[in-house]
Each structure stands twice: as C-alpha cells, then as structure tokens.
Write a protein that binds this ligand. Structure first.
Ligand code: NDP
Length: 453
C-alpha cells in the first residue's frame, strides 16, 4: 500500500518536533507536521522558556538588595511589565522561527492548522485536505485543568499569565505543585502580593518531605502567604473588580486575580482516536507501550499527551526514541528511570532519585543532610538556608536520591544525576575532592548520617 507520507505528526511541541526532525533528517522519511497554534508547544510558547525568563526578571529586586550588603548604592526602581512582555514576545517569536527553520531545513512540511485522525493511516486537516501516512504520531501535549468550582470562569491559568495587560496588585494562587509554587515566587519577586491555597498538608507533594518544608518556609519568609489545607469553595466577581473568594478555611477575601495551577490534562480529546481503538487512561492520557506505540499499530504517541513524566526533556527523548525505532532501524525505549527535575522557586528545589520516604519503604537507608546559610547571601544579611541531602542504601552503599534546595540547585542536580545514573556509591562521592569555596562541595563532604532507618 502506498502512502502520501511516511510520518504525519500532530503537534509542534518538544516531542513532536524532535520526532519529525529525526525521522526526516536521519531516517530519510517523508514527514509532515500539523500545529494549530504556535510552533514550539508548551515549553517554548507558554511554559519553561517564558517562565524561566520571568524567574530571572523576578530575581533582580533580591539581587539588588544583596548588592547593598556588598557596598553598592543600588535601588531596584519600578518594574515595567509591558516592556518586559514586549521583549519576551520578541524572544518567543525568535524561538518559534528557529523551530520552524529546524523543521523545514530537515525537509518536514509544516501545516499551520488543526489535524484530526480519520483512520489508522489518514489525517484530515481543518482545511479539508486529507493525507495518508504509514505512521501517525500524536504529540498534542497537555492543557491546564481548572476544577469545576462556582466562578471558575474567573480563574486565570498559566497560559494567561504571560499575556496579562498589567500585573495585578494581589493574586490568589490555587495549587501546590510546580506551576503554583514557581508563579508564587515569580509574582512575589515582581512585587505582587501573593496568597497561595493548597488543599493538602504541605506544598510540592511527591518531593522529599524535608526539602518541601524547607522551600515552604523560605517562600513564607519572603512574604508569600501560604495556606495549606485550604481550597476554594466559590468565587464571584467583586463589585470593585477582581474576585471575591470563599475558601474551606473560613476566609472570604478579595483578590485582583486568581491563578489556578491545579494540574494539567492530556490533550487527547477530539482527535478522532476513540473509534479507532486507541486506549486511554483515567485522565485521558493515551496509553502506549515502552516504544510509545498505541493499541493501533500505526499510531504512536509521545510527550504530555501520554502522561508518563510531563517534562520537556522526557518528551524529546520519547520523540527521538520513536524516530530511531521506526525510521532508523534502531529500536529503543525512552528511559524514564532517574529523571532529575527542578522547581524554579526561590530558592530552587532540585531532585533526582528517591525521596527519603520512598527509599526507606524499600530498604534500609542512611540519610546525610547539610543545611547552612550560603556565604553569598549570608554576607548580604539574608537569612536564607540551603539544604543538601543524600539518601544512601545501607546494603549496596549506592546513592539512591539527592535533594538540593538553594541557589543553583537545578544546575547542580544535572551533575549529580550523572553520578547517580552511573550507580555511584556514597564512597565514590566521598573520594571526590571538593571544589572550594562552593555550596556543591557539601555533596562530597557530608561525613556522618543524621539518620538511619
Ligand atoms: P502538579 O501536578 O505539579 O500540581 C498540581 C497541584 O494542583 C497539586 O498541588 C494538586 O494537589 C493540586 N490540585 C489538583 N487538582 C486539584 C483540585 N481539584 N483542587 C485543588 N487543587 C488541586 O501540576 P502543575 O500544573 O503544577 O504542573 C503540571 C506538570 O508540568 C508538572 O507535574 C510537571 O511535570 C510539569 N512542570 C514542570 C516544571 C519544571 O520542570 N520546573 C514547571 C512546571 C510544570 P495534590 O498535591 O493534593 O494532588
């Protein structure tokens, strides 16, 4: 049977773009890709990239305050949000162009429109055109989820933050995950009065308990008003503007804006996949095997739409492994083990491997902790503390997990992840000479476990 194409990719985000590019440039495949919004997907257009630039923007008041501690006569002045937003949009345009030229340079045909699947080998574009392909890759990502509370239509999501006309004076952030905590710190740094409601007992569920507590304390010390065990009951438009919010903690308060950061859901509905026999999980995620293949052999899926690990580098690897498997004759599965991640709060939290809680359920462990005031901020008169934590298996001596809270934590964890991925033991860490004076030297100088369990 002959097809118009070897591969049709639906979705121009991290996973889809990588798969299309490798299949075309290295696999010699005839590839087309459809994207209904902007090329680059969540990471580039409304996620990691603009978020990180906002993290940088929000850090300046703290850095300028520190500069005074070092003898500089410095003051932050006012933050010009429209000026920042214009520069941000220009940068995103540049990145989008780079993604496009990367694809077209590899020989991929781009369709700037929505595509749906008609049968296991046919896609239909919103323009009405149909195309056949030997393989179809679904890489449609995810979308913010807002629970069905009365007044939910007043809620902003992370998609909206980058496009605000003006920064609000006050904001309620609902949720305690990556996005909620990152935006709480960003907006606080930019001068917005931030309140955060999280339904559970402690923010950042899934991370090491001690590290979560450390970040929560630091966020509160910076002036973020965190309420755990609190959720929104209802919202309504306040007479003077903003939203009036009644919450389960008995409060009734008005905020200029409310940001819901209550998770993301896979973008899998309405693609035409249900009647074809593609299987879905409880949250709408497309179920795939280790090779990212769905229950329909010609249809594959990668990235957030499969809800395995919702991180850009993971989607990229899944897309690459798919292209290697199907188009280069080198079958391989993306490796989801020991994936490091970082939450760009201030201070940053970064982790790889097991938390203390998960590790001690598995085997006897030792826990090494160093908590101290970093030289740089201590000198400036700040009270911030950094935390370094290693979880070590008593039997094999392998380092099972590392958790870092502090400036540069995300950069440091990338290096630690290599060692842990290689199976490094505590003794391997110990025989590595320290780099002095740094914070990271704590990783190789922690002598005695503070706990065994
Ligand atoms: P998360 O899953 O991290 O957090 C969702 C938060 O919303 C949790 O605190 C959850 O509470 C809460 N929540 C969920 N449903 C409800 C509800 N019905 N009512 C009230 N609260 C609710 O999702 P995010 O949206 O923050 O981020 C999505 C994913 O994107 C992340 O998991 C991560 O994989 C990725 N990401 C990564 C970043 C990075 O690498 N730095 C940055 C941003 C996103 P509970 O804990 O009780 O379930």
């Amino acid at each position: 049977m002959s097809f118009d194409l070897d591969l049709f990719v639906i979705g121009g985000g991290s996973g889809g773009v990588r798969a299309a590019r490798i299949a075309a440039a290295e696999g010699g495949a005839r590839v087309a890709l459809a994207e209904e919004y902007r090329m680059g997907g969540t990471c580039v257009i409304r996620g990691c990239v603009p978020k990180k630039l906002m993290v940088y923007a929000s850090a300046f008041p703290g850095q300028i305050a520190d500069a005074r501690g070092y003898g500089w006569d410095a003051a932050a002045g006012g933050f010009d949000w429209p000026r920042f937003r214009t520069a941000l949009e220009a940068e995103l345009d540049r990145l989008e162009r780079a993604y496009r030229s990367g694809l077209t340079g590899a020989g991929v045909t781009i369709h700037d429109t929505r595509a749906t699947v008609l049968d296991p080998h046919t896609v239909q574009l919103a323009t009405g055109q149909t195309l056949t392909a030997r393989h179809i890759l679904i890489a449609t990502g995810g979308t913010p989820f807002v629970p069905d509370v009365p007044g939910a239509e007043l809620a902003l999501t992370s998609n909206d933050i980058f496009r605000l006309e003006a920064l609000p004076r006050s904001i309620l952030i609902v949720g305690g995950g990556y996005i909620a905590c990152e935006f709480a710190c960003i907006l606080n740094g930019l001068g917005v009065q931030v309140t955060q409601y999280y339904r559970g007992a402690q923010i950042l569920r899934g991370f090491d308990d001690e590290a979560r507590g450390h970040v929560a304390d630091a966020m509160a010390a910076q002036g973020i008003d965190i309420h755990c065990g609190a959720d929104v009951l209802r919202m309504e438009r306040a007479p003077g503007g903003g939203a009036r919010v009644e919450a389960t903690n008995g409060t009734d308060r008005t905020f200029d804006a409310v940001l819901y950061a209550t998770g993301r859901r896979p973008n899998s509905a309405g693609l035409g996949l249900e009647p074809l026999g593609v299987q879905f999980g409880r949250n709408g995620q497309i179920l795939v095997d280790g090779y990212s293949q769905t229950a329909v052999p010609s249809i594959f899926a990668v990235g957030d739409v499969t809800d395995r690990i919702a991180l850009t580098p993971v989607a990229i690897r899944e897309g690459h492994a798919f292209a290697d498997t199907v188009f280069k004759g080198t079958p391989r599965q993306a490796d989801h083990d020991l994936v490091a991640s970082a939450v760009f709060t201030q201070p940053e939290l970064a982790a790889v491997g097991l938390t203390e809680e998960a590790a001690r359920d598995r085997e006897p462990i030792e826990v090494y902790v160093a908590s101290f005031r970093p030289m740089q901020t201590l000198f400036a008169g700040r009270q911030d503390r950094a935390l370094f934590k290693l979880i070590v298996a008593q039997g094999s001596r392998k380092v099972l997990g590392c958790h870092i809270v502090g400036p540069g934590a995300a950069e440091m964890i990338q290096m630690v992840a290599i060692a842990i991925k290689m199976g490094a033991t505590k003794e391997d860490f110990d025989r590595t000479c320290a780099v002095h004076p740094t914070m990271a030297e704590e990783l190789v100088t922690m002598k005695k476990p503070i706990r065994r369990s």
